[in-house]
Design a binder for this molecule. Structure first.
Ligand code: ZN
Length: 569
């Protein structure tokens, strides 16, 4: 279908559902007077950037189970109480392999052939070094464990392992890194074209653009032996098309630890010294008691490329690393932060409208756009509602979750405890579940809210279309039936409750700040943050004042197949 035909068709569909929504939207009551007061407080008397400086500059980053996140939570609760919020408390949740970690000192330098600073950050839950360690940079290119052991045994003492090729580059950003959604981009969100399948994965750590090497004779032999030994696992340890993940293979890590390597260096993501630090991929393997502890470091693309290119030209490179990391073994829980503005309508005050986002962050920046922004927006929304002394009919509750980056742990635990559990035998809602009205989430950076993802709940279209009314002129006009994934509203939808994430301008969230060392205060857009707090406070108010609770998605049944869509974002 040509682009023109498609946009005509979309306009028709849009028009049709819009036409259908019109009469219903017209029926939806919108408290424009209160929303105007909310906007004035949000734009003219904002405290959001002060909140953000405390959450990031003073208490960031907020890695789950780490020392900072609890201090940040204490500050947050004291602040919520100072605004007069009620029932401010922590609710604990627990998962196995809870392990706190924090970096206390880090320096990585090239010593020879010429001294230079290597732009890098520790990998979360990485072991530290025993003081300053100096050694050679070694490019390790293997297709399987057998090849690693056969080719490098006894040669890796104090070596800095380079498991991936340099990023082919260049990293010039001809396109602006920060973008706002254009009308056509929003149209594509509102009416997405059908999706087609995506390509396979590359060599591990090949964020540097390296292609997977063909399996070597050693690996083919090892794979054949493996196939005989354990038919099911054939191809598990390399020799297969997907290559070999040095950093994700516990046996390889344990072997390298025994070989006395200094550290494994992982290439960065993209350019301009933007260094990732997350380990969203290891499913907590590095937090397991007894996990192999090899120092691991994420290196900026530019520094990583310089080292690899010299090594590939047989110019020996000597590096020196000092990394002090502290582990906080804990069998205690992590927590969620809660507080509320009690409802006042006798018939509705036991019903609850929730707003929230995850409070935890990764560690290489200060967790400003992910997700200090979402937490700050929710706190400011509560401050605005309280400052205006608004008396909602239903209770409005804020929920700030930890453990999101590790798998939505906090919000999933909260929903399970309060609203119901699902397992392979069925769905077991609690009495509280019937009293739940709505949940609104922010976790796509600090960009301006432009609309709402309806997660397939098209019944909300006319309602939210009306609620957006006061904001349409300034850019919030988009609704889509599509889902958006990877964050805490999914915990609500999973148990048949109306949970929503807003559509936000991308700014440079994906291109620069998401899980990188550049996720800091300076990357927040103050006017967008103020606007977002106004939108969230208004939606919470509308949901609290509405005669009916919001329509719900289909009630879920038993869990079937995989865990279903619970990745952190
Ligand atoms: Zn996030």
């Amino acid at each position: 279908m040509t682009r023109l035909a498609r946009s005509h068709a979309l306009a028709l569909v849009g028009a049709a559902s819009f036409a259908m929504a019109l009469p219903l939207a017209a029926q939806e009551k919108v408290d424009t007077a209160t929303i105007a007061r909310i906007r004035a407080e949000a734009m003219d008397h904002s405290q959001i950037m002060d909140i953000m400086s405390w959450l990031t500059d003073v208490y960031g980053p907020r890695l789950t189970w780490g020392p900072n996140v609890k201090k940040a939570a204490d500050w947050t609760m004291t602040t919520m109480k100072s605004w007069g919020l009620a029932n401010v408390h922590l609710e604990n949740w627990y998962v196995p392999n809870a392990l706190g970690w924090a970096n206390e000192y880090f320096a990585l330098n090239a010593v020879s052939p010429n001294p230079f600073i290597v732009a890098a950050v520790p990998r979360a839950w990485s072991a530290g070094t025993n003081g300053r360690v100096t050694g050679p940079a070694v490019r390790v290119q293997v297709g399987c464990l057998a090849e690693l052991q056969q080719n490098y045994a006894g040669k890796l003492k104090n070596a800095f392992i380079l498991p991936a090729a340099a990023f082919a580059g260049p990293v010039n950003e001809f396109l602006a890194m920060a973008t706002r959604s254009s009308d056509s981009a929003l149209m594509n969100i509102a009416f997405p074209a059908p999706t087609v399948g995506r390509g396979g994965a590359g060599f591990p750590g090949a964020g540097n653009g390296g292609a997977a090497p063909p399996p070597s004779a050693i690996c083919a032999q090892a794979a054949a032996a493996q196939a005989v030994a354990t038919p099911v696992a054939a191809g598990g340890r390399g020799g297969g098309r997907g290559g070999f993940n040095v950093t994700g293979d516990t046996t390889a890590l344990r072997w390298m630890q025994a070989q006395g390597v200094a550290a494994v260096l992982l290439g960065g993501r993209g350019g301009s010294n933007s260094i990732g630090g997350d380990i969203a991929t290891d499913n907590g393997a590095s937090r397991v008691t007894g996990a192999p502890r090899v120092p691991m470091v994420h290196v900026a693309t530019e520094s990583y490329g310089r080292i690899v290119r010299m090594v590939e030209r047989n110019v020996p490179v000597t590096l020196a690393l000092e990394m002090q990391n502290r582990f906080y073994p804990t069998d205690t829980a992590s927590f969620n932060i809660l507080g509320e503005i009690p409802g006042t309508d006798p018939a509705l005050k036991d019903e609850v409208v929730m707003i929230g986002g995850h409070f935890d962050s990764w560690h290489s920046g200060t967790g400003a756009t992910d997700n200090g922004a979402g937490s700050g927006i929710m706190l400011e929304a509560m401050r605005i509602l309280k400052t205006l002394n608004l008396q909602p009919r239903r209770t409005i509750r804020i929920g700030l979750w930890t453990g999101e980056e590790q798998g939505l742990y906090g919000s999933a635990a909260y929903v399970k405890q309060h609203y119901g559990a699902r397992d392979s035998t069925g769905f077991y809602p609690t009495p509280e579940q019937a009293k739940f009205a709505a949940y609104f989430n922010v976790d796509n950076g600090s960009g301006k809210i432009r609309g709402v993802y309806l997660q397939g709940m098209s019944a909300e279209w006319p309602i939210f279309d009306a609620w957006m009314g006061p904001f349409k002129r300034d850019g919030m006009r988009t609704l889509t039936n599509s889902n958006t994934g990877g964050t805490d509203h999914l915990s609500y939808v999973a148990v048949g409750l109306p949970g929503f994430q807003f559509i936000q301008d991308p700014l440079e969230y994906g291109a620069r700040t998401h899980h990188t060392n550049q996720d800091v205060y300076e990357r927040l857009q103050p006017d967008d943050m103020k606007w977002n707090a106004a939108v969230v406070a208004s939606f919470a108010w509308q949901a609290a004042q509405r005669d009916e609770k919001l329509p719900r998605p289909p009630q879920p049944g038993a869990v079937t197949g995989g865990r279903g869509g619970r990745g952190g974002q």
